[in-house]
Design a protein around this ligand. Structure first.
Ligand SMILES: [Zn+2]
Length: 320
């Protein structure tokens, strides 16, 4: 009998589910709105409904992999908090789904599993040691060490956005000081620009948003930078140089053979990748750390494929 895995991508807006072969082939898929405002029980029922829709009639389900946003414990299957889903706090998601479907369920965090997916199915295929970064409103990470996802003792490892690169920097939303996320993420870039505009610096950005600083986003900054705007270019250059230096630190710690970068800000292309490559060429303690720095390859299905990769190689499970 054919054996398949089911996967779920739980997001703040949408729940996706799929039936997958181990090679990443998606045999069936479904999608519906999360409607988190209805509360955790309704969301879990929608996840179950989605799984029933892709449940095979001819095959055996070996296990179910679930990717969820926010901090969670991949060993106990407890979701500490799912951002954008009100009340989804300390939910034993693994156990709730196992009770319904009577097959093993394993859960993982979205940035970690995006890294795992890029390793197994995307830009880092064939590599044993991978550092993955996703840079959008925040900066998340996933690390593969010797072909296994790095989770740490509590499953909280690979928070690559939260290393201090400026001891005199702002307090990050995580509570730490001067994290790379508070500088190089979309939110960090915009914050720096707004601070400098508010302090009276002149820039074409002010005209581009007709004086409405709330309308400034990374696309506006890119547009200004393309027009030669000094402020936009300076914020990009300094921030992405800092990001490059953070990546030098990851090379020193993890010694990967490839670094993969995804997320909305990575659409800036060379504006982001060039300062990173410059730093990575210049600052490591030995040229032997050199490795390719490449864009992510997987897009919309990265969550489903990450959940599949986790189901194929689940971390040891502990009871709650
Ligand atoms: Zn932080």
């Amino acid at each position: 009998m054919n054996k398949v895995y089911l996967t779920v991508d739980l997001g703040g807006t949408r729940i996706r589910a799929a039936r997958c072969q181990p090679d990443g082939t998606i045999e069936a898929r479904t999608e519906q709105f999360t409607r988190g405002e209805d509360g955790p029980d309704a969301v879990i029922e929608r996840i179950a409904e989605s799984l029933r829709e892709v449940w095979p009639t001819q095959s055996t389900v070996l296990s179910i992999g679930v990717v969820a946003p926010g901090p969670l414990d991949p060993y106990t299957g407890l979701v500490f908090v799912a951002p954008n889903i009100p009340g989804f706090v300390n939910v034993p998601l693994r156990d709730r789904l196992q009770a319904i479907f009577k097959v093993p369920v394993v859960i993982g965090n979205d940035a970690n599993l995006a890294g795992l997916a890029e390793w197994r199915y995307g830009a880092a295929r064939g590599h044993d040691d991978v550092v993955f970064l996703t840079i959008s409103t925040g900066i998340g990470g996933g690390v593969v060490v010797n072909r296994h996802l790095l989770l740490g003792s509590e499953g909280l490892a690979a928070e690559l956005g939260h290393i201090t690169v400026d001891c005199n920097g702002v307090v990050c939303q995580c509570g730490n000081i001067g994290c790379i996320e508070s500088i190089a993420s979309g939110t960090g870039l915009v914050r720096q620009v707004v601070e400098r505009l508010t302090a009276g610096e002149q820039s074409q950005i002010t005209d581009l948003v007709a004086g409405d600083f709330d309308a400034i986003n990374v696309e506006v900054l890119a547009q200004a930078a393309d027009q030669g705007d000094v402020l936009a270019n300076d914020v990009f250059d300094r921030s992405f140089r800092a990001f490059g230096l953070a990546i030098v630190t990851y090379l020193h710690i993890f010694n990967p053979t490839i670094v993969v970068i995804g997320g909305g800000v990575s659409n800036l292309g060379e504006r982001l990748f060039k300062p990173i490559r410059d730093a990575v060429e210049r600052y490591p303690m030995s040229p032997r750390y050199a490795c390719p720095i490449v864009p992510a390859q997987l897009s919309g299905d990265v969550g489903l494929l990450g959940a599949l990769a986790l189901a194929l190689d689940p971390p040891p499970q502990r009871s709650l």
